[in-house]
Design a protein around this ligand. Structure first.
Ligand SMILES: Nc1ncnc2c1ncn2[C@@H]1O[C@H](COP(=O)(O)OP(=O)(O)OP(=O)(O)O)[C@@H](O)[C@H]1O
Ligand SMILES: CC(C)(CO)[C@@H](O)C(=O)NCCC(=O)O
Ligand SMILES: [K+]
Length: 279
């Protein structure tokens, strides 16, 4: 079995992948913390022959995790943001400073779709751009839905947006605090994504396919007008591309990759942008 780990600021997600069949056998998530105690909430390491890790947690968390894993597992691969990989050129002046989850998302998106706009809706919402030739432009970092809500300190933090909510309801004016807050932050997130996408496609003169991932991807997807696909395993896809282990991975296949969405024409994107400026 291969253990893939995506250590975020809030949640550490894991999945077990069968090295022979390339099938995903199980998955889970635990709160990100300094100490890992094998138990009910993390998989049995005895069946694991290789681990691949993406981590944006503090260095101590990664060190502790890698230390524990190296004692039990033969191959431990830790992803790093580099100046170039798999045809993608990192847009950061200091490439190592780009969050590795963003880097892996950009690599996965490029491998799947060529140029892309990769959006990760987690603790932060990150919006990264890769041009068809592989140049990563850099991106945008916005507080995620939960962080925006907590920062308001209006006592509504424990009332989350129902992930099944329809975008139409969330875009109405709220008539009590919790709805005003939830609808406000939802509008902030989706309008930032729509606008940033249009601005950058306009600047670069190219309509890019958009890919969405992260804990809030599904609900945010409903408010994003740009054609896009949701790919819950996008960061894992970057790990597969960067450290291919199975036959399918060596052939360039990433588990759960969606069909590439057809972007609308650049003319339409520009018309939308011009319209929003007139209002
Ligand atoms: N069980 C859950 N616990 C915490 N957050 C959840 C849960 N389910 C959904 N979410 C939502 O998912 C978001 C967290 O996103 P995600 O799971 O992608 O990773 P993260 O570890 O918080 O973030 P990042 O990887 O960016 O550091 C939160 O904003 C929250 O609204
Ligand atoms: C922005 C987050 C928190 C998103 O998970 C992560 O990618 C990170 O810690 N990045 C480092 C800063 C940067 O990417 O510029
Ligand atoms: K993330």
């Amino acid at each position: 079995m291969i253990l893939d780990l995506d250590i975020g600021n809030t949640l550490s997600k894991w999945r077990l992948k069968d090295a022979d069949s390339s099938e995903i056998r199980s998955r889970g998530a635990v709160w990100t913390r300094e100490e890992w105690r094998p138990g009910a909430d993390i998989p049995d390491l005895d069946v694991v022959e290789a681990v691949r890790i993406s981590s944006v947690a503090r260095a101590a968390v990664l060190d502790e995790t890698v230390g524990l894993l190296r004692r039990r597992v033969r191959h431990v691969h830790v992803a790093r943001s580099t100046a170039e990989a798999l045809g993608v050129v990192n847009g950061y002046a200091e490439p190592g400073r780009l969050g590795v989850d963003r880097w892996l998302g950009a690599l996965a998106g490029y491998q799947l779709a060529g140029g892309c706009c990769a959006v990760d809706c987690g603790s932060a919402i990150t919006i990264d751009f890769v041009l068809p030739g592989g140049q990563h432009l850099g991106g945008f970092i916005v507080p995620g839905l939960r962080l925006m809500k907590e920062s308001l300190k209006l006592g509504t933090r424990n009332v989350a947006i129902d992930p099944e909510s329809e975008a139409d309801e969330l875009l109405e004016p709220g008539r009590r605090t919790v709805d005003a807050v939830n609808h406000g932050i939802y509008m902030a997130a989706v309008s930032a994504i729509n606008r940033i996408y249009s601005e950058v496609c306009d600047q670069e003169g190219v309509a890019l396919p958009m890919l969405l991932t992260g804990g809030d991807a599904r609900v945010i997807s409903r408010g994003v007008q740009v054609p896009h696909a949701v790919w819950p395993d996008m960061v894992y896809g970057g790990l597969e591309a960067r450290f291919p282990l199975t036959l399918a991975e060596r052939a360039g296949k990433m588990a759960g990759a969606p069909r590439v969405p057809d972007p609308v024409s650049l003319e339409k994107i520009r018309a939308g942008l011009a319209f929003s400026m007139l209002l």
